[in-house]
Design a protein around this ligand. Structure first.
Ligand SMILES: NC(=O)N[C@@H](CC(=O)O)C(=O)O
Ligand SMILES: [Zn+2]
Ligand SMILES: [Zn+2]
Length: 350
């Protein structure tokens, strides 16, 4: 990392970052989401919760082709993920791994989040698959929330750790596991206490916001995502993990666009669009915490290290140069309201 040496840092050059959790969607949105992700991310882990989901090698590879045909900038590389169902077979895992293009498989507890209806109904159903993943070295990515309607939505992550993930970690000691988009102090502590094969991604919006931003003084649907924003003590624990230099915590934006009318609705969709300013939003969060010097490890080194990939070798430069985020962006043929719409972001990539 290099930065200018005056009291206030105004430029910051870091190794090109990667995004270890992003939703690009499909169809006519792809050219726009692919443009945004490839502007300065070197690689990205592409979430498979399409309609229908990318549950097998062939559909995942076909999706990769559509992404490449959407015209990514630079050397952008999409890293693909299989969507696990109760019916996924160990053979499908081996087939996917052999392509070299599918690095991970995603556990969505059925019904936990957007497009997760075909997900796994009980983790025991996929134990043979997890065994195959452990054998071939395929990562398990986890949406860590229980779906039991009797569990309070603010407790669903913690209950998942206590009742499900702890057992998986114990039963598969060699399986690399990423607990995605963590939102609680409990998740931070779980990952810190777990062995080296367990890591977590953290979004920019969970670093910048807590549930007051979403609910105090009016309900703001564009902050609604899953796992839901928690109270500020959890936000502080996430920030502490992100700036700790602990290599188990790395960048995953979970940028997840939904059209404006689907968010501003009586029953709005879960997901926040942050790909318009992903690294800039993280820079704001790290600067607020007085830890800009910790951004590079979190954004550009630790994820690649955990996945067992080379770090990127080129750099990007962030400049302190405030700009106003538009009210909407057009993705495909409809409008999306981004995080910080009509607000100012201090940083931009040169
Ligand atoms: N995070 C979200 O709130 N939504 C994601 C799904 C997910 O990552 O859980 C989406 O696909 O819209
Ligand atoms: Zn999720
Ligand atoms: Zn996601």
């Amino acid at each position: 990392m290099t930065s200018n040496t005056s009291n206030t840092v105004t430029t910051l050059t870091i190794t090109r970052p990667d995004d270890w959790h992003v939703h690009l969607r499909d169809g006519d949105q792809l050219k726009d989401t692919v443009r945004d992700i490839s502007r300065y991310m070197g690689r990205a882990i592409i979430m498979p919760n399409l309609v229908p989901p990318a549950t097998c090698t062939d559909t995942a590879l076909a999706y990769r082709e559509r992404i490449m045909n959407a015209g990514p900038q630079g050397q952008f590389e999409p890293l693909m993920v299989l969507y696990l169902t109760d019916k996924t077979t160990p053979d499908e895992i081996k087939k996917a791994k052999a392509t070299g293009k599918i690095l991970a498989a995603k556990l969505y507890p059925a019904g936990a989040t957007t497009n997760s209806d075909s997900g796994v109904t009980s983790v025991k159903n996929i134990y043979p698959v997890l065994k195959a993943m452990q054998e071939v070295g395929m990562l398990l990515l986890v949406h860590g929330e229980v779906t039991d309607s009797s569990i309070d939505i603010f407790d669903r992550e913690k209950v998942f750790l206590d009742t499900i993930l702890g057992d998986v970690v114990a039963d598969f000691p060699e399986l690399k596991i990423v607990l995605e988009h963590i939102t609680t102090k409990d998740a931070v502590e779980f990952v810190m206490a777990a062995p080296q094969n367990v890591a977590a991604t953290i979004t920019a919006h969970h670093l910048l916001y807590n549930r007051n931003h979403m609910l105090a003084g009016g309900i703001r649907p564009h902050y609604y995502c899953l796992p839901i924003l928690k109270r500020n003590t959890h936000q502080q624990a996430l920030m502490g993990a992100a700036i700790s230099g602990n290599k188990k915590f790395f960048l995953g934006t979970d940028s997840a666009p939904h059209y404006k009318d689907k968010k501003e609705a009586a029953c709005g969709c879960a997901g926040a669009y942050t790909a318009h300013a992903s690294i800039e939003l993280y820079a704001e969060a790290f600067e607020d915490a007085g830890a800009l010097d910790k951004l590079e490890g979190f954004a550009s080194h630790f994820g690649a290290d955990f996945y067992g990939l080379e770090r990127n070798t080129d750099t990007i430069t962030l400049e302190k140069s405030p700009w106003k985020v538009p009210a909407t962006y057009t993705l495909g043929d409809s409008k999306v309201v981004p995080i910080k719409a009509e607000d100012t972001i201090d940083w931009q990539v040169k």
